[in-house]
Each structure stands twice: as C-alpha cells, then as structure tokens.
Design a protein around this ligand. Structure first.
Ligand code: GNR
Ligand code: NI
Length: 180
C-alpha cells in the first residue's frame, strides 16, 4: 500500500481527460488500494485517478463514518439521474474551499467493479453528488468550474499564494525567521 500525492488546482494535469480502462488486472487493483489509502488518509469521501495523476477512468468513494462502504467504479457511466438540488462541495485538489453546486441527488451508474465485472450502482444524496464530482474529475472538470469567473479567479489566486508561502517557509527564503 502507498499513499499517493494529490494534485492541486490550478495544476494543468487536473484538466486531462482520462482514458477508458481496457483491462482490470492486479496492477489496477493495487492502484485502487493506493487510492483508498490516499482518500482515507486525506481524509476525503471520494477520489478520482486524475487527482493522483493517473489518467484512467477509475474512482473510489466511501461516504460512511467508519470506512465500511467502499465503492470502486471503473469506466463509470450515468444511465439515469434525477432530483436536482444544491449542496455544499469541497475538493481535495482545492483544499479549504467550500461552495454550493447544483447536482442530481439520485443517479444510477453502470461500471466495472474491481474484478472487471459489469455492475450497476444506485446512489442517493452525498454518494450521488460525490460520484458526479469524481466523474467530472475524469473529464478534467473541477467543481470550481461551476462558479462565477470572479469566484474562480479569487480561489486560483488564493491557491497560488498558498503554494508560494509553503515553498518559501520550507526553503527559509522569507517569512518568519527560524531559530533552527
Ligand atoms: O472529500 C470530499 N468531499 C466532498 C464533499 C462534497 C462533495 C464532494 C466531495 S468529494 C471530496 C473529495 C474529492 O476531492 N474528490 O474528488
Ligand atoms: Ni475533488
């Protein structure tokens, strides 16, 4: 098992459109395990392969409190959706930002499971929202794309500043002098 590095907005690699998985094998199952470890450690309720710089159509999710409902969807496709509503969203690739997004509260998804078998999953509420959020990642789309240009620009500036500050405090170039 290994924890993977999560790409952060505005990293252009988050804009990559993931390719369909052709073969579900042990290597892919290892990636799925690493994605769960990464998601649980974050902690988050979902993770798309795109976020760990693997551009294949794979997502994991678990909306339970106790890691008891892991969901793996490979090559997911929404086959039915209804009950649109607004809910608060966050994203591990846009840390610290929470905004309202309009999503279906009920979806049916066709996909492959971790054994490569075709399955259908029905999801409501938070899991339904999470699956749509992850499927957007697989198409290179982020929840901030649903916000106004002004809001998105503010978020981008904040993220870029955050990254600069971490970089300088690590290298000790500026900021509070360290005694160590
Ligand atoms: O951890 C996450 N929480 C969340 C909350 C509301 C709607 C979507 C999400 S997904 C997010 C993890 C993540 O960034 N997945 O891509
Ligand atoms: Ni996300």
């Amino acid at each position: 098992m290994a924890k993977l590095k999560i790409l952060e907005y505005p990293d252009p690699r988050l804009r990559t459109r993931a390719k369909k998985v052709e073969k579900v094998d042990d290597k892919l199952r290892q990636l799925v395990d690493d994605m769960f470890e990464t998601m649980y450690a974050a902690p988050g309720i979902g993770l798309a392969a795109t976020q760990v710089n693997v551009h294949q159509r794979i997502l994991v999710a678990d909306v339970s409190d106790d890691q008891s409902q892991p969901v793996v969807l490979i090559n997911p496709e929404i086959i039915a959706a209804d009950d649109e509503g607004v809910s608060e969203e966050g994203c591990l690739s846009v840390p610290g930002i929470y905004e309202s997004v309009r999503r279906f509260q009920h979806v049916r998804v066709s996909s492959l499971d971790r054994d490569g078998n075709q399955t259908e999953v029905e999801a409501f509420g938070l899991l339904a929202v999470c699956i749509q959020h992850e499927m957007d990642h697989l198409d290179g789309k982020l929840f901030v794309d649903y916000l106004s240009e002004l809001k998105r620009q503010r978020i981008r500036k904040k993220m870029e500043k955050g990254r600069r500050d971490t970089a300088t405090s690590r290298s000790g170039v500026s900021g509070t002098p360290s005694i160590i």
